[in-house]
Design a protein around this ligand. Structure first.
Ligand code: 5GP
Ligand code: ZN
Length: 113
């Protein structure tokens, strides 16, 4: 756990969240400011700053997070969805604990802003 990391605190249960899934290594919870009818985040419990901080040790975990995102989308009757990782402030990252956005329930546009 990194000091003063919001998502480490959510992962530890110190800050409440609307949880959709939890196991030993990851947590999925609804985004506090949803940008689509369904918008949740999947995070590792381990503190990794951003996608650029993923190491070979984390590769399996990242794949399991993606598979879990798809399973939760299906449970919520979302067939098509968008997965987003922001890396760095200019790309829109505001919380520096890696998180996968899962957005669905409306038509998406491309390119993103
Ligand atoms: P980023 O901009 O870093 O890619 O995404 C951070 C996301 O975390 C944003 O979509 C924001 O709404 C969400 N968020 C920030 N603080 C909280 C919080 O305390 N609880 C929850 N559930 N989501 C949060
Ligand atoms: Zn953290």
């Amino acid at each position: 756990m990194a000091p003063d990391c919001l998502f480490c605190k959510i992962a530890a249960g110190d800050i409440p969240a609307d949880k959709l899934y939890e196991d030993d290594e990851m947590l999925a919870f609804r985004d506090i400011a949803p940008q689509a009818p369904v918008h949740f985040l999947v995070i590792p419990k381990k503190h990794i700053q951003d996608p650029a901080g993923v190491t070979s040790e984390d590769e399996g975990l990242m794949g399991r997070m993606m598979r879990r995102a798809a399973a939760i989308a299906k449970e919520n009757n979302i067939k098509d969805f968008r997965l987003v990782f922001n890396n760095g402030a200019e790309a829109g990252q505001a919380v520096f604990h890696i998180h996968m956005h899962v957005l669905g329930g409306r038509a998406m546009q491309w390119p993103p802003g």
